[in-house]
Design a protein around this ligand. Sequence first.
Ligand code: RIB
Ligand code: CA
Length: 323
Amino acid sequence: MNKIPVIIDCDPGHDDAIALITALASDRLDVLGITAAAGNQTVDKTEKNARKILEICARTDIPVAKGRTAPLLQSLHVARDIHGESGMDGPVLPEPTFEPAKEPAEELIARLVEECETPVTLIITGTCTNIAVFLLAYPHLHRKIARISLMGGGAFLGNRTPLAEFNIWADPEAARIVMDSQIPLEVYGLDVTHKALIYQEEFELFRKEEGAIFQLVAGLLDFFSASYLNERKMNGGPIHDACAVMGVIYPELFTYRETHISVELESRESRGALTMDLRPKEKREKQANGKIALDVDRDKFLQLLLESCKILTAERRKKGYDS
Ligand code: RIB
Ligand code: CA
């Protein structure tokens, strides 16, 4: 089966890191490049975190480019309450041994898309700023984007406000540009990502295994879940971003509803909230521009995360790492 070419725009970020591990372990994906967004932390920090993850996964062949330093219009708000000062507090990762790409995110995306023979899937696990800039700067390349799979928003749930989720709330204008692009959308909001929860007692499934990748994920879960326990009284870590990757590899894991998805920009109360119409198809006024995931097979999701760590551990060993 031909691999799916993907570019991942992310803001590592504990769950972004687990999403990257899932993508790098999959033999169904060809990760062409990674671009770093300002979101969980400043783009300098998220870009370095992205390179650290590639370093530990022994994939320093994949280019990493730095994206915009701030949202399109509003000022930057980082999520240090959840991800800490570095953006990926908790586990200590080796310093990257390779430099970031010279070109900015939107230029790296344009180059990789132009060079790729088949249409590319864009996966967004942070703010939509970089992808919005790419879409605005390269309209002729839209036809070479197969779809956009993004973690963000929620049909009935917010986490930064009662109605708005962080990735969308942090740059709603950018999210609107992505939603209005007419490129097929696959949205993984909090309704499904809060079900992609790894419980505290399951962290041991990673910790008990030999190898840097398993220990990295256990460390990410420890810090990330502590934030969620303090901030949101949750028993475990919702692996938000891995949903946007898993959905590309294993869509059968998820239950979707087709709908027209957009972003509220005007209202003070609900700015950054996703708007959609989940009424029966015949009642809806607008043509669907994508689908939103509302349920996930959590046990299978967990098994696939464990499998991803096992695959990358074997690949590290093949490349001469001790574990
Ligand atoms: O609201 C969850 C999202 O915000 C995730 O992508 C997490 O990494 C943070 O960016
Ligand atoms: Ca993220």
